[in-house]
Write a protein that binds this ligand. Structure first.
Ligand SMILES: Cc1cc2nc3c(=O)[nH]c(=O)nc-3n(C[C@H](O)[C@H](O)[C@H](O)COP(=O)(O)O)c2cc1C
Length: 230
């Protein structure tokens, strides 16, 4: 309960301070950015404990997440961890072909919407407003996808042309390997925060591209819905 109250305070404080405007943003039409709380680099549980406890969780309560939690998860997936621009996950030849997006449905401190994460600035750029999570997964009339209930959904994409070409090698596999490393980082942070998630690769690729407004060379690779385990 105490942890909840602290998180609620952080969420509300950040909302009051966070929304600012920037004049340049080449990737998205919108120019709105949301500053994120600094990631914590201590506390939590041991890596061994997180490995032991990690399980695919597909059932969430109706409780919200907090901005401080989604911020921590974005940082775990792709955040910068030194002044040279290296990130939390390894990257082949440090080419960093991955992008991370967030669909927020029920996050205290963050309006429902679709966002692009900037590791350089540790902030979010607004792509679209409104909760698009149910619509992203609602692809069949005869069954409800468990992911529709997630308060937040993280999408890892790959920009394949960013990966250096090595003669005689299909370097696209490097991009997929990196996506796996980033996803596992996020999954272990999920455990450390007492949340639940599943790494999913079964999704409507075209709809995901459309919602995230991806350009031609960018492909969604993995989707991680996150919530409080039911
Ligand atoms: C590449 C990959 C794709 C996956 N895709 C899905 C998916 O589309 N839907 C889903 O519910 N689970 C998906 N999973 C989760 C697996 O079903 C799960 O990891 C497996 O059952 C083992 O259980 P555990 O994660 O609890 O150890 C995927 C896992 C991986 C590694």
């Amino acid at each position: 309960m105490k942890k909840f109250a602290i998180l609620a305070f952080f969420g509300l404080a950040i909302l009051a301070l966070a929304t600012t405007a920037t004049s340049e943003n080449s990737k998205q039409e919108s120019s709105e950015i949301i500053e994120l709380p600094d990631p914590r680099i201590d506390g939590g549980i041991s890596v061994e404990n997180a490995l032991k406890e990690r399980r695919s969780i597909r059932s969430f309560t109706d409780e919200p997440l907090y901005l401080v939690e989604v911020s921590q998860l974005l940082w775990a997936a792709q955040g910068e961890t030194d002044d040279a621009g290296h990130r939390s996950a390894p990257s082949a030849m440090a080419t960093y072909p991955l992008e991370v997006y967030l669909l927020a449905g029920n996050v205290i401190g963050l309006p429902a919407g679709i966002y692009h994460y900037s590791p350089q600035d540790h902030n979010l750029i607004v792509i679209a407003s409104g909760n698009r999570i149910p619509a992203l997964f609602n692809t069949s009339s005869d069954r409800v996808d468990w992911r529709e209930k997630a308060p937040a959904v993280f999408v890892i994409t790959g920009v394949f042309e960013r990966m250096n070409k090595i003669p005689g090698q299909d370097s696209s596999r490097f991009v997929y390997i990196e996506a796996g490393a980033a996803a596992e980082n996020l999954l272990l942070e999920v455990v450390s925060l007492g949340l639940g998630s599943t790494y999913t690769a079964g999704f409507d690729e075209n709809r995901t591209k459309e919602y995230l407004r991806l350009s031609e060379g960018e492909t969604p690779i993995g989707i991680l819905p996150v919530g409080r385990p039911a």
